[in-house]
Design a protein around this ligand. Structure first.
Ligand code: ZN
Ligand code: ZN
Length: 154
């Protein structure tokens, strides 16, 4: 955590911006997050200690962090942007029920050759996979729900 704060300081210096209390709080909040929060999520959390902060500030700050490589952004089609303190190369599993995201690592994935069509299509900046499905927790809740409705049916 301290190393990452040092990195934040360094980046602010390099880009000629002040390391404000707001930036620091937003950064701390994203670092401790485990749920791949959206801009709104982060805004709601930092608002507790900084009631005057605007969502626009949070949005711009997160985008600076992202462009400086301090955090990453999760690419999910048709969903709003979510941010990620994990900057390692990793993939995500998305539960379509509870919308939670989990990180996973798949080193073998990078050894797979890109299909010919993709290579010919243009320049590739990155490759990520996304696994969609229903997590075990939602599955067991679903099962419980079914057995409850069975009892009611009788
Ligand atoms: Zn779930
Ligand atoms: Zn992640």
């Amino acid at each position: 955590m301290d190393n990452r704060l040092e990195l934040l300081k360094k980046n602010c210096n390099e880009h000629g911006v002040k390391l404000t209390y707001q930036k620091l709080e937003i950064f701390r909040e994203i670092l401790k997050s485990k749920d791949h929060p959206s801009v709104e999520d982060i805004y709601n959390r930092v608002k507790v200690n900084m009631p005057t902060i605007s969502i626009d500030t949070v949005y711009r700050t997160l985008n600076s962090f992202y462009s400086w490589g301090l955090i990453s952004r999760v690419h999910i089609l048709c969903e709003k942007a979510r941010f990620d303190p994990n900057t390692d190369l990793h993939h995500h599993m998305l539960c379509i029920k509870c919308k939670k995201l989990w990180d996973f690592y798949w080193p073998e994935f990078y050894t797979i050759d890109i299909p010919k069509d993709v290579k010919e299509w243009g320049h590739i900046d990155g490759k990520f996979t996304e696994i969609r499905g229903t997590c075990n927790r939602c599955l067991s809740e679903e099962k419980q729900g079914q057995s409850v409705s069975k009892i009611i049916d009788r």
